[in-house]
Design a protein around this ligand. Structure first.
Ligand code: SF4
Length: 247
């Protein structure tokens, strides 16, 4: 495993001149919080990062940090193994909902249930973004996607899955929070939650999990501003924000 990790100077990549995310995508805000917190806590040269599959993988272009790419959905399993091999290294994953909550549901739940001492950043925009806007486990009822053109209905497609609430049924996890980046007040709360989650790992308390309620203006068929209003007026009714656990 160690041989697959690329050794490059740990720092924010200031040479990066462009943004690989679509205009208005909140991935850029959530990953900025993550990278800023790594920097503020002096963790860049003590960290390794597990890259999820999907739009979240674009985030890798913005920081220089030891990184490993793993098969779709396996982020938590790989991160847990890395932590066992390198207990003094700060280990985090950055994953979307198709990666973490669909293909990776088993890996995520078992890692949380073991209390792996890792930090998981989960970006939930309720859709498969990179692959063209298909139904995800987190898609809201009634939402139109490329695989549910008449809207998600519970009889055919089941109900939206709530990862914070599911993980909160387990004994082992140490920190669980849901945040968003729709406005400055929520960005400040998100910054605190990411810092707290990182501190849980540094204190050896076990599995810490922060879910970002995010957007996908491209596949939602909305302008960036419309997508922010949609989060505030619709999505947060299904996925309420807050700290679910702080041991
Ligand atoms: S496809 Fe959606 S999630 Fe992916 S970068 Fe574009 S707006 Fe963001």
């Amino acid at each position: 495993m160690m041989k697959q990790i690329t050794k490059i100077p740990a720092a924010i990549d200031l040479e990066k001149g462009s943004n690989d995310f679509c205009p208005g995508c909140l991935h850029s805000a959530s990953f900025k919080i993550v990278s800023q917190t790594l920097d503020e806590m002096g963790l860049f040269d003590k960290s390794a990062y597990v890259q999820g599959v999907g739009c979240c993988a674009n985030a890798l272009g913005y920081i220089r940090i030891d990184t490993i790419a793993c098969p779709h959905g396996r982020g938590c399993a790989v991160a847990g193994a890395m932590k066992r091999c390198m207990p003094d290294t700060f280990i985090m994953t950055y994953q979307g909902d198709g990666d973490l909550a669909a293909i990776g549901m088993a890996e995520t739940m078992h890692s949380a249930n073991r209390g792996d001492n890792i930090t998981v950043i989960f970006v939930n925009n309720g859709i498969y973004g990179m692959t063209g806007g298909q139904l995800a486990p987190t898609t809201l009822l009634g939402a139109r996607t490329t695989t549910t053109p008449f809207g998600r209905n519970a009889n055919e497609h089941g109900y939206p899955m709530h990862m914070c609430e599911l993980i909160n049924t387990l004994e082992a996890p140490s920190y669980i929070a849901r945040v968003t980046c729709t406005d400055p007040a929520n960005i400040r709360k998100a910054q605190k939650c990411v810092r707290d989650a990182f501190q849980h790992q540094l204190d050896g308390k076990g599995f810490s999990f922060v879910e970002f309620i995010s957007n996908c203006p491209t596949n939602w068929g909305m302008t960036p501003l419309q997508s922010l209003d949609h989060i505030k007026n619709v999505v947060l009714n299904e996925y309420p924000l807050g700290v679910f656990r702080d041991k």
